[in-house]
Write a protein that binds this ligand. Structure first.
Ligand SMILES: [Zn+2]
Length: 283
């Protein structure tokens, strides 16, 4: 469901300026929800996004009923979330890495679409919905296997064909009464998706990995993030301190437009494709 739109004159000029800033440099990439909207995953900070309050980690960990609500909504949304396909933007970034022009991707997204598109070095700052782990014994489970177990434990549950996905790939359930919450099959402990919840910190070693990626690069390209999340700003400041060129691609304002070398206000799928087409190969 990739939307193909022509770039307007201002965006075309901005892409040319971005190519001039990035050419001949190894590029670190930072992405946010905006790169996945063309894959059908909504950006809850973007324009026209439905107002939703994400569940906090405290609610999830401390309340049985909150966990039941979470798992019902997450299960109902899982099929649509898992079926989302990488778009032209994800593919363009994977292509830049394959050509040796990009050092890798740091992403705030939990959809796994960069990996699916073929990016090799991917730092998932906020984790991934594709993994679930036991908070007691640490056992890791593949979300697809878990979804089958949830279905077997709750045979009455109807997963709708067309759902309005929330930002975390969930759906607001009408009721969660009687839903059997999945538990660890090893020790019976509490399971948690391997994602950073609202109110939870990014693991320190994950952030260090992201810093190292930026540290080993000569430019920073930020796509589809309004930079509301502080980790993004911190990475941007690391790059600025070394006077690296910073290019921001985002529809609408970001918190750091004034700090960018070039800001391109347009959709990420078409801009990233245009950038990948225009950047000269490393000599
Ligand atoms: Zn366990």
């Amino acid at each position: 469901m990739t939307t193909v739109t022509e770039l307007d004159a201002a965006a075309t000029d901005a892409v040319a300026a971005a190519v001039a800033a990035l050419a001949g440099r190894r590029i670190a990439i930072l992405t946010g929800a905006g790169v996945s909207t063309d894959s059908g995953i909504p950006d809850y900070r973007g324009r026209g996004a439905p107002v939703r309050t994400p569940m906090t980690v405290e609610q999830f960990l401390s309340s049985d009923s909150a966990r039941r609500r979470y798992w019902v909504g997450s299960h109902l949304g899982w099929k649509a979330f898992a079926a989302a396909e990488p778009n032209g933007g994800h593919q363009a970034l994977a292509h830049l890495e394959a050509r040796g022009l990009a050092s890798g991707v740091v992403t705030q997204n939990v959809d796994g679409l960069h990996v699916r598109a073929g990016s090799r070095r991917v730092v998932e700052l906020h984790g991934t919905m594709r993994r679930v782990f036991c908070t007691h014994c640490g056992q890791v489970f593949d979300r697809r296997d878990l979804a089958q177990r949830v279905e077997a434990d709750n045979p009455w549950i109807q997963v709708p064909e067309n759902v309005a996905l929330g930002p975390d790939g969930d759906v607001l359930p009408e009721s969660s009464d009687g839903f059997v919450v999945p538990a660890c099959s090893v020790c019976g402990g509490m399971l948690k998706p391997d994602v950073v919840f609202f109110g939870e910190f990014i693991p320190a070693e994950k952030f260090r990995e992201a810093e190292q990626l930026v540290q080993g690069s000569e430019a920073l390209l930020i796509a589809g993030s309004s930079l509301v999340v502080n980790s993004g700003i911190r990475l941007l400041e690391r790059a600025r301190r070394r006077r690296l060129p910073v290019v921001i691609v985002n529809r609408g304002e970001t918190r750091a437009d004034s700090r960018a070398t070039v800001k391109i206000d347009a959709g990420t799928s078409e801009v990233l494709r245009a950038l990948a087409d225009s950047l000269p190969s490393a000599s």
